[in-house]
Design a protein around this ligand. Sequence first.
Ligand code: ZN
Length: 497
Amino acid sequence: MSQTLDQFKEYLHKMKQYEHVLTLLYWDLQTLTPEKGVEAHMSAITYFSSESFRLSTADEYGQMLRTLSEPEEFDALDEAMQLTVRRYSRDYERFKRVPADFFADYTETKARSEKAWEKAKRSADFDQFAPYLEKVISMTKEYVHYMEPDEDPYEVLLDMYEEGIDGDTIDRVFEELKEGLLPLLAKIEARPRPDLSALEGSYDIAAQKKVQQMLLEYIGFDADAGATAESEHPFTTELCIGDVRVTNHYKENDPISAIFSAIHEGGHAIFGQNVDPAYEDTAAGQVNLMGLHESQSRFFENILGRRRSFWVPIYDRLGEILPQFKEVPLDTFYRAINDVHPSMIRTEADEVTYCLHIILRYEMEKAIFRDNVPVSDLPQLWNDKMEELLGIRPANDGEGILQDMHWSDGSFGYFPSYLLGSMYDGMFLEALEKEKGSVDAILEDGRIREITAWLNENIHRHGSLYTSSEVLRRVCKKELSARPLLDYFYQKYENLD
Ligand code: ZN
């Protein structure tokens, strides 16, 4: 092994220590930090962030990357190390082009904007937030321009969240999906909604937590390589392959919400826990393909978790933990968890209309970045698109354009990855059934771990060694298409009554 490679690995390990601490600090901030401790906590985060930034822009590090990029060194590296050198060199060059004072200003602007958004959302007052949003948009454009001066800024953003999937591809598959979904939704809308009154009531929070443990264990979450906690919004965080943590948020009058968050975050965690340990400290071990990650959480949550067959082996257990479910027949429960109807809030949407919420956001982002639509016109544009896609119009901006946090902190280009994840799922489902037969038969038999193992083998263990397009080619032998997801929706909902 070359001397530079030795030094490089040591350096990566050092960078990993800072990341580990930062991840832990963020986890703690969102789960346990008391109000009066927030400031000290934030100051620790700022300290470790700037140390980590210093390491990732140091000349010494850049020199190692350049040496390892030379053909005689590069060709001798293994696949994961080649990916690491390639990706980190790109990031290093990008960061080096961003002036340090601009970066500090941008970071602060985003933090202020996020705070302003929280307030504006609470009072449903877009005008309060507009000047902040305007600044975040213009600075995000500037930031991306520093990093990649010759490329279309929105393409760079899309690529940051889902490497290798470009705007043309997203245009094509989103259009295909939209055309297929609107007639299906019209059909579903023409039918009466199910009567869900049997589920009304108060559900013990401690028991809901037990349900989460039962579900996590059932789908294959390794409790020895993870932990659970509570937070305002459910999320998953990965400290290392042996420590992947999930949170949940419980509502006394709505056990369904925590049930599906548990399965969703469990899916993210199972991905993280099953990456090949040899990739720890490398770029392959850091799964930053948001679409691929989302495909795994959604596969468990929607493709598996919203099937009747998923619940057949465990529905009695659910009733033992939460006795109210003993009074609710499985068929009623099944209808409740698949109640499709247009609603205002993305995070509460069913799996069908959810797709249209994302298409709306993607079209908005194109309007912002490509057509330079002024910020003052955005709420109206949002409401018009809501009406066009979902047939409903927000009563105020709180349930309209202000509902998501993403744009307040500059995360433009992130939204499409949620829907890309669902499209990959349609394709994974097709490939899985081709190889192992009916998913319903496997689930009804209580053999869900066979499906988890299939996902571990085909997707999880590779981490982000392959881009999503490469994964689709390897696993499904196909290019990205909306067709399999549409087939899944039609099969499930066309005759659901
Ligand atoms: Zn997710």
